[in-house]
Write a protein that binds this ligand. Structure first.
Ligand code: C5P
Length: 237
């Protein structure tokens, strides 16, 4: 199975996206469109990327009542996304409604739907104090992932450090899409817990999401190639 590297297009607008993609000379990528870009450019940016032949993970993390999520997902399904997500905290009914909407919108295609368990920016202390969830963080992640699994979702967004636990519980097919990836020599930026692409593979991530290590590199294409080779198990240099 070819493991995917998803490039986070964390840019403020379409021009920046085009400038970045120009480094890849027409190569088709798997890209992530998040809130920043989507809320600036609207659904058109997704349609544009899909029309250019790229696979799109639309990272909007929906969380609302089931009927609203159903309708919103139906709209997202029509955009041609390969994968999108919602918050497991919305509960099983919401996740099932989201999946139904996405499939209806995609009419026949079956985009992947994954859930956010706890954001990696959330510490155990904050979760217990702010959210009044009085359980260990790992148990909460596992419980939310089980809800996603039982709701028919394809996987979760998680830290690489949680991937092994989730692989043991739900198998290799259940997606463990993990951000927080850095090469050894990179800056951590605002990420707290980072792992290398090679460690992500060993821990059981199924897709990695990489932003700044590629988008801010002097030579983005070279950074992309190096990371993908480490991720897919081919050592270089
Ligand atoms: O630049 P960097 O590689 O840190 O980008 C990681 C991407 O993954 C960003 O788009 C960020 O919003 C996203 N992300 C994350 N942690 C999560 C969920 C998404 O870093 N828990």
């Amino acid at each position: 199975m070819q493991k995917s590297l998803i490039v986070a297009l964390d840019f403020a607008g379409k021009e920046d996206v085009q400038e970045f993609l120009a480094h890849f000379g027409g190569e088709k990528l798997y890209v992530k469109v998040g809130m920043e870009l989507f809320y600036q450019e609207g659904p058109g940016i997704v349609e544009y990327l899909v029309a250019e032949g790229h696979e799109v993970f639309l990272d909007l993390k929906l969380h609302d009542i089931p009927n609203t999520v159903y309708k919103a997902m139906k709209g997202l399904g029509k955009l041609g996304v390969g994968m999108t997500n919602l918050h497991a905290a919305g509960g099983k009914d919401m996740m099932k409604a989201g999946l139904e909407g996405l499939m209806e919108g995609a009419s026949g295609r079956r985009p992947n739907l994954i859930a956010v368990t706890q954001l990696t920016s959330m510490s155990e202390k904050r979760m217990q104090e702010d959210l009044m969830i009085n359980a260990p963080l790992n148990e909460v992640v596992l419980h939310y992932a089980r809800n996603a699994f039982e709701s028919g979702l394809d996987g979760v967004v998680c830290s690489s450090l949680e991937a092994t636990m989730l692989r043991e519980a739900f198998g290799v097919q259940f997606k463990k899409v993990t951000p927080g990836i850095r090469m050894k020599e990179d800056s951590m930026d605002d990420q707290q817990r980072v792992v290398t692409p090679m460690d992500a593979r060993i821990f059981g991530a199924t897709e990695i999401v990489v932003g700044r290590s590629i988008t801010r590199a002097g030579d983005p294409r070279k950074a992309y190639e190096t990371i993908i080779q480490q991720w897919q198990g081919v050592e270089i240099g």
